[in-house]
Design a protein around this ligand. Sequence first.
Ligand SMILES: [Ca+2]
Ligand SMILES: [Ca+2]
Length: 186
Amino acid sequence: MLVKLVQIIMLFASFKLGFSYEIYTTQIESGNPNNVSIHSFPFIEIGGGFYYFGQDKVNWYTGYENCRYLNSELVTFETNDEFDAVAAYLVSKGDRSEHWTSGIDLAKTGTHTWFTNAQPLRITRWAPNQPDNAGGREHCIHLGYVYGHSTEIQLNDRPCNNDNNSLFKYVCEAPKQETISIVVWK
Ligand SMILES: [Ca+2]
Ligand SMILES: [Ca+2]
């Protein structure tokens, strides 16, 4: 009897469904195509991405943790354009400090990846003769004016902990934005 009742209810439900229509529908798009204003502090928009420049000088692990406190991660440069935009921002601020990125070769020495997404470093912004894993201790990647005579910001590997005085500022990158549209009949 119970089974029959359930069947009748299901039949009724499907009958009802057959004459219904969606009262709302959703759509997810990447980015913020309508430029809806959102509160992004403390992140700064640069070239379509959102970044936070941590001013305390810390080891790579602490830098990563500090980004996680902000629901972000150390920066990942998917393209030369992204690197150049962030570097240009630092130049515009006159900031000559070293900054940690999410790049590492901790898993396999010599195989440099972004820790955020495990993708290999494809950008071509290494300083000359880097990465060199100097002393066999350099497994975390920072950006900065690597040599005394450097005239541009580039990438270099340095010890991840405070070994050899590698305490740096850091760049956090906020997650990508997505726009959810809801269309409603009313
Ligand atoms: Ca990025
Ligand atoms: Ca190095």
